[in-house]
Design a binder for this molecule. Structure first.
Ligand code: ADP
Ligand code: PHD
Length: 454
């Protein structure tokens, strides 16, 4: 079918009945909006937890929030999930008795291990989609819910990081061809053995992108609680504005370096089919948002600045290491053998540093050091923790080194030590590593120098 728009509404856009009513108005406002992908209810207030996190807390027996130095008993999370859905059903005025009974049963699942975690994690999206479709029908809209387990959204058996199987695209395309509005829960698919598997966190974006690709949509709208992709993290830069246009390449660079508004892989297939993505604010539907396109003409150097925290680097010194054929390859293979992803590896005549996520070093750092010592015999080795990587991005940076010079000068003038610099080979971004303790200051400064005053 032509002229179809796939819309994905994030957790904050479907967190309660008032938000769901905003979604309904947006959907009926444009008859081309025929696929509606929904997330689990997100936060209503800043300090509360997303329903998906409560579900993961049930699965982990009350240990999920320990990373945030917080403990919520699993029983409390169970109640929080039931309370949220009960009030959504009540406030929307739909008959949700059967759904609530089935939710209660699901929360007591006898599944085990990763299958249990995935099944529980998917319940937020599953029930929200059913409720939202029922509400659309109650309001007189021609709508239906299509569940991944029913239409065959087939994914691999990696239960907590599923990947889409080719056959899924045919099954999704078969849903097209009706004027009805189809509501689909995001974030999960089903394996060939009919078991639920979830995508990585934020994966409802991915569901939306895959549906847009499968039906060759004209547009993929991604509705959230901010005015689009902002120039930088609004929690640190409250003045950050929405970036009007970005290319797929720019958004991928921003997302991979910490801009979490949009799932990193959600745009891959849209790019293949040149389906534009439009990031918009459910609370301000008239605002222009951010358009993500194949090409744009840059009018500025830097469009956005991303920031990635909790990084570490392993630093090695050895005389003439760059003359030693295969040194870097051996070093990277050691990381590969430990299953550790490497991000940057600035290198020089006698030294090299490898950047990694510091969480990935947990439990293996001593072994890893020993292996490096044995295989590469460095003269010196050090591990530096708590690093933030700040990444200015913009097509206009290509062959324009002024912003890089301005950034280094500004950091120097403000006595902010630089731990690392790396320029992307594409020349459309560069990375500056600073100590995490001063990363907020560094980000504010770079925002002022590279974006606000340019
Ligand atoms: N550069 C950025 N642009 C937009 N939002 C950002 C950026 N960096 C961080 N964010 C945060 O991402 C949030 C939106 O992502 P998310 O919580 O996943 O939304 P949703 O629930 O709609 O999927 C925003 O509320 C904002 O706080
Ligand atoms: N609910 C899932 C999937 C998702 O995409 O959510 P959101 O749209 O709220 O980022 C999560 O929290 O990871």
């Amino acid at each position: 079918m032509t002229n179809s728009v796939v819309c994905k509404f994030g957790g904050s856009s479907v967190a309660n009945a008032d938000q769901i009513e905003k979604v309904r108005r947006i959907v009926i406002d444009d008859p081309h909006r025929r696929f509606v992908v929904v997330s689990a209810p997100g936060r209503i207030h800043k300090n509360e937890e997303k329903i998906t996190d409560h579900l993961l807390n049930i699965a982990s027996n009350g240990t999920h929030f320990q990373e945030k130095r917080k403990t919520i008993p699993a029983s409390e999370s169970k109640q929080a999930v039931l309370d949220r859905f009960t009030s959504i059903v009540h406030d929307l005025g739909i008959d949700g008795k059967k759904m609530m009974e089935s939710l209660k049963q699901d929360l007591e699942t006898s599944l085990e291990g990763e299958r249990q975690i995935a099944f529980l994690a998917s319940r937020g999206e599953h029930y929200n989609a059913r409720i939202i479709a029922a509400y659309f029908q109650k309001q007189g809209m021609e709508a239906r819910v299509s569940l991944p387990e029913e239409f065959g959204f087939l994914v691999t058996e990696s239960f907590l990081d599923a990947k889409v199987e080719e056959i899924a695209y045919e099954n999704i395309a078969a849903l097209d061809g009706t004027e009805m509005i189809t509501v689909v829960p995001g974030f999960y698919g089903v394996t060939e053995h009919a078991e639920i598997a979830v995508f990585s966190r934020g994966g409802s974006d991915l569901t939306g992108g895959e549906i847009a690709y499968a039906i060759d949509a004209d547009k993929y709208e991604n509705w959230t609680d901010v005015n689009g992709v902002l120039e930088s993290d609004p929690r640190i830069i409250p003045a950050a504005r929405a970036i009007p246009r970005l290319t797929f390449k720019e958004i991928r660079l921003l997302s991979s370096k910490g801009v979490n508004v949009f799932h990193l892989d959600a745009m891959l297939n849209c790019r293949k089919r040149k389906i534009p993505i439009h990031v918009r604010n459910t609370n301000r539907p008239d605002d222009p948002g951010t358009q993500i396109l194949n090409e744009r003409v840059p009018e500025e150097g830097v469009v956005g600045i991303a920031r990635l925290d909790n990084m570490a680097y392993i630093y090695l010194e050895k005389d003439m290491l760059c003359e030693e054929v295969g040194f870097t390859a051996t070093l990277l293979t050691i990381f590969q053998n430990y299953g550790i992803n490497t991000y940057h590896y600035p290198t020089d005549k006698d030294d090299i540093a490898v950047l990694v996520k510091q969480d990935d070093l947990k439990g293996s750092i001593n072994d890893l050091r020993r292996t490096i010592e044995k295989q590469l015999k460095p003269d010196f080795m050090d591990v530096v923790y708590n690093l933030s990587i700040i990444t200015p991005v913009g097509l206009g940076l290509k062959r324009n080194s002024y912003p890089l010079v301005d950034a280094i000068n500004a950091l120097g003038e403000h006595h902010i030590p630089i731990e690392m610099i790396d320029q992307s080979p594409s020349q459309i971004c560069f990375h500056i590593g600073v100590s995490q303790a001063i990363a907020d200051d560094a980000l504010r400064l770079l925002y002022r120098v590279l974006i606000a005053s340019s």
